[in-house]
Ligand binder design. Structure first.
Ligand code: SF4
Ligand code: SF4
Length: 454
């Protein structure tokens, strides 16, 4: 694909619109904008550029748009600026290849925060959108108890047969929620890992760790938490599930709601600080990368900067942690599976963890790892992106599934709830039966198989 020369994508009439620039707190950093030398090395790894071939839908194009707003050449009301801030997946693939270390994600998140404030003032959303956002961001994803109650309602919806009825009757199509509904996780019988528990180490205790339970992970993916706890126990870890922890704030930060995200960050810092643990373990890539950003997100707050920094220093992704300790390989049993690995963006790009997940997969006796092309190109999930940008999300989901199926694997391994749901929905749409598992689930299964064999 040829690389276009960078240019300001501003049409003359648009340039004449009222100029409304960045203001107040969280202004995209001029130093970060200037660090971009427009070399274009980031273009071939950008999913939205790969799909559209449009300069404005590339990292370089978006940085130029952010620069244009910061210099007053276009305003926050620019349609192309608004479109691109929304179309970007915040996957941060561009950051990994950038020779100048441009922190693109920080520019994007600050720009989205600015847009949120601008829209609240000049382009108010309809009442129902405001209400929905309030329910989602200030309710469900800010109050774990509400999220649990909501999960219970969804479990009733799925188990009562109403889901099947709604799908077959055409109700979902007429309400235009068919695509969104297809992304719902399966809420099983025994969902929810109780918080406030302490799980003892198996054998001699080597470490004491705390586990972030999160929101979606603590209900729809409770089996992944159980697998994580089991794997940690098998590796000599005592595992604490602190009761007052809350959502990591990832959805808020990615949606430009930085203050709301910061409030959640502070609650988590209070909860985990003082436990005296060796590490704070996270098994969802998006949550892990957000927790590791708390230091940056609270850097301007004199009361919180030091606490945020020491909290962040303890955060470890589960694959990272297991890669740093002497893994218990002796108890791993045989798993005769062909597995391909779908790299979550927030593991591969935001946390730069690429070898550790693969090393764990290949540590399992009998498991064959087959690499897919473009394993680290975003699958289109990106938090709530697949709800807000369904067309691009579906294109990327199809691209990912095509590559995964080409390997002939019978399992797709991943490490993030959004990726798992996005891939499951696309596989279902295509009538494919390939399974999706977290890496820790495969490890837990291998330990169980080892017990049986022993
Ligand atoms: S690779 Fe970095 S410096 Fe080059 S265009 Fe992309 S963001 Fe700018
Ligand atoms: S974050 Fe991802 S989608 Fe956005 S500009 Fe960078 S590579 Fe492209």
């Amino acid at each position: 694909m040829s690389v276009e020369e960078p240019s300001l994508p501003v049409s003359a009439p648009e340039a004449k619109t009222i100029l409304l620039g960045f203001q107040g707190k969280d202004i995209p950093s001029a130093a970060v904008i200037q660090a971009c030398v427009h070399c274009g090395l980031c273009l071939p790894v950008c999913p939205t550029y790969l799909e559209t071939g449009r300069e404005t839908s590339s990292p370089r194009g978006r940085i130029l748009l952010i620069k244009a707003v910061s210099e007053g050449q276009i305003g926050l009301d620019s349609a192309v600026f608004q479109r691109e801030m929304s179309l970007c997946l915040d996957c941060r693939a561009c950051e990994v290849v950038c020779p100048n270390g441009v922190h693109y994600g920080r520019l994007l998140e600050a720009s989205r925060e600015q847009l949120e404030r601008f829209k609240a003032q000049f382009e108010p959303r309809p009442w129902w959108q405001k209400l929905l956002r309030k329910v989602v961001f200030e309710g469900l994803f800010a109050k774990p108890l509400l999220f649990q109650m909501f999960s219970q309602l969804l479990a009733i919806y799925q188990k009562s047969g109403f889901q099947q009825l709604a799908r077959q009757s055409g109700l979902l199509q007429s309400l235009k929620v068919q695509e969104a509904e297809a992304l719902l996780p399966n809420f099983s019988e025994d969902f929810m890992v109780p918080k406030g528990q302490i799980y003892p180490a198996e054998g001699k205790r080597r470490f004491t760790v705390a586990l972030l339970t999160g929101c979606v992970m603590s209900t729809a993916f409770a089996q992944v938490h159980k697998a994580t706890i089991r794997v940690l126990q098998k590796n000599g870890c005592e595992v604490i599930l602190p009761p007052d922890q809350t959502c990591c704030g990832a959805l808020h930060f990615h949606s430009g709601l930085l203050e709301e995200g910061r409030a959640l960050a502070k609650q988590n810092i209070i909860t985990f600080t003082g436990l005296g643990v060796d590490a704070i373990i996270v098994n969802a890539a998006g949550c892990g990368s957000t927790l590791k950003e708390y230091g940056h997100l609270l850097a301007d707050d004199p009361l919180w900067q030091a606490r945020a920094k020491s909290f962040t220093a303890k955060v470890k992704d589960i694959h990272e942690f297991l890669g740093e300790i002497d893994l218990n390989r002796a108890d791993l049993g045989h798993l005769p599976l062909i597995v391909t690995y779908q790299e979550p963006c927030h593991l591969a790009h935001a946390q730069r963890l690429t070898s550790q997940p693969r090393a764990l997969l290949t540590a399992i006796p009998g498991l064959t790892l087959r690499e897919m092309p473009e394993s680290s190109v975003c699958c289109g999930s990106a938090g709530v992106y697949n709800l807000l940008q369904p067309v691009m999300a579906q294109q990327l989901g199809q691209r990912k599934v095509r590559h995964a199926l080409a390997t002939g694997a019978n399992v797709i391994a991943t490490a993030n709830p959004g990726c798992a749901l996005q891939l499951a929905a696309e596989l279902k749409r295509q009538g494919q039966t390939v399974q999706i598992h977290y890496i820790v689930e495969l490890l837990a299964e291998a330990y169980q198989s080892g017990q049986k064999q022993g």
